[in-house]
Design a protein around this ligand. Structure first.
Ligand code: ADP
Ligand code: ADP
Length: 225
C-alpha cells in the first residue's frame, strides 16, 4: 500500500521527523503510538498527502505525489483516502446524511448510485434512523460513526485515523474499534494514531514514535533511551 524511505521533516530549525522508514501492506491495520509532540500528526499528514514538504521518499501504491499540484492532491485524497479525527470535524449545519454525502459531491468516481452508497455506509456504522439529525443531536460515539461513514463512503483504499477514540469513553471506544476491525476485515487498510494501548490492541501491528524517530517495538524505544 505505502512505503516511506528515509523521510525527514523540519519546522524551521526544529527536526520533527528523522530517518523514518515504514512499509504498510495492503489490508494491514497499523497503530502508531507515541507521546504528545513526538511527531505522530506530522507523520500522518505526510502519509495522508496533506504535507508535501518533507525530505526522503514517500510512495503511495508505488507512486510519488511530491510534484503533484494541490488540486490533483485534493482529488486523490478525496478518492483514495478516508480521514477520521479525534474531534469528528463534522459540518454542524448539515444533517447526518448530508455530512456523509459530502465526499461524493467532490468525487470523480462514478456515482449514479450515490444514495445507495450513503445508505450502505449508514447501515455499516449503525446509524439507521439518524439520517435527518444534526451532529449536535448525537452522542460523541454517534458523531464518530458519522465521521467514519463519511470517511468510507467513497470506498477508499486507506483510512487514516488520528486519535479516533480520544474524545470517547472506553465502552464507546470499543464500539468504534469494532467498526474499524470490521472495515479492516473487509479489506480496507487502516493507519491509526492512538495514545491508548487498549485501543492499539485492535491493530495487527504497532509502531512507536519518540522524538521524531520511529521504532518497531516498545523495547527498542527503551533501549534507545
Ligand atoms: P504529535 O502528533 O505526536 O503530538 P506533532 O507531529 O503534532 O506531534 O508535533 C511534533 C513536534 O513538531 C512538536 O514538538 C510540535 O510542537 C512541532 N510542530 C508541529 N507542527 C509544527 C509547526 N507547524 N510549526 C512548528 N513546530 C511544529
Ligand atoms: P495533535 O493533538 O494532533 O498532536 P496538535 O494540537 O499538536 O495536534 O497540533 C495542532 C496543529 O498545530 C497541527 O496542525 C500542528 O502542525 C500545529 N502545531 C503543533 N505544534 C506547533 C508549534 N510548535 N508551532 C506551530 N504549529 C504547531
Amino acid at each position: 500500500m505505502l512505503k516511506v524511505t528515509d523521510v525527514g521533516k523540519a519546522y524551521g530549525k526544529f527536526t520533527a521527523l528523522e530517518d523514518i522508514n515504514l512499509e504498510v501492506a495492503d489490508g494491514e491495520f497499523l497503530a502508531i503510538m507515541g507521546p504528545s509532540g513526538s511527531g505522530k500528526s506530522t507523520l500522518i499528514n505526510i502519509l495522508g498527502l496533506l504535507d508535501q514538504s518533507y525530505t526522503g521518499e514517500y510512495l503511495l501504491e508505488d507512486k510519488s505525489y511530491k510534484d503533484v499540484n494541490d488540486n490533483e492532491l485534493s482529488q486523490i485524497r478525496g478518492d483514495q483516502l478516508g480521514f477520521v479525527f479525534q474531534n469528528f470535524k463534522l459540518l454542524t449545519t448539515y444533517s447526518v446524511y448530508e455530512n456523509i454525502e459530502v465526499p461524493l459531491i467532490y468525487s470523480k468516481k462514478a456515482q449514479h448510485n450515490k444514495h445507495e452508497l450513503v445508505a450502505d455506509v449508514i447501515k455499516k456504522v449503525g446509524l439507521d434512523g439518524k439520517e435527518k439529525n444534526l451532529p449536535s443531536e448525537l452522542s460523541g460515539g454517534q458523531q464518530q460513526r458519522v465521521a467514519i461513514a463519511r470517511a468510507i463512503v467513497n470506498r477508499p483504499k486507506l483510512i487514516i485515523a488520528d486519535e479516533p477514540t480520544g474524545a470517547l469513553d472506553s465502552k464507546t471506544s470499543k464500539e468504534i474499534m469494532d467498526i474499524f476491525t470490521k472495515l479492516n476485515q473487509a479489506g480496507t487498510t487502516i493507519i491509526m494514531v492512538t495514545h491508548d494501548s487498549e485501543v492499539a490492541e485492535y491493530a495487527m501491528r504497532t509502531v512507536y514514535i519518540r522524538d521524531g524517530h520511529l521504532y518497531n517495538d516498545e523495547k527498542s524505544v527503551k533501549n534507545h533511551d
